[in-house]
Design a protein around this ligand. Sequence first.
Ligand code: SF4
Length: 174
Amino acid sequence: MPETDHLKTDCTKCASLCCLALAFDEGEDFAFDKNPGEPCRNLAGHSCTIHDRLAQEGFRGCVAYDCLGAGNRVVQEVFAGQSWQTDPRLVRPMMEAFSGMREVHKRIDLLRALEMLPIEPRDEQTRRDFLARLEQHRWNGRELNEFEAGLALEIDIFFHGFRKYLPDAAFARD
Ligand code: SF4
């Protein structure tokens, strides 16, 4: 486990990026519609005004959501603690970086989970190398924007190779 666990979400070090960037539809999990890039109407500064009663107010989706530490990492590592609320020019770059970092952190989560499998030494080394690249790299906005079309594809191809370690049923939905 790295010294800083990048998958640990810390909303106190974020700038409410999920409450800005993510869209949701009115229904069982959300009480109204919200578009991407539209600050949630329940947001005051970086705090949710209904945080203590989200489920009762119809926002079970917010209770269930976890960015896996992507929001706090983006704000601290990429934007040095700045916020779109004090500089509206940051809305778009912060949303884009948050999107890219979520993809980085999803893959960190999966790469860590593969540790449980009895895999060949060469695959284990590749797994560790990818993890180190994702966890130890200090990302910038451009790199995050390019992640899905570059390194993420390499990692996804690596994941594809893990079929050989799993029972056929694990991929029955593919
Ligand atoms: S209801 Fe609260 S936690 Fe959910 S998006 Fe709005 S401000 Fe964020």
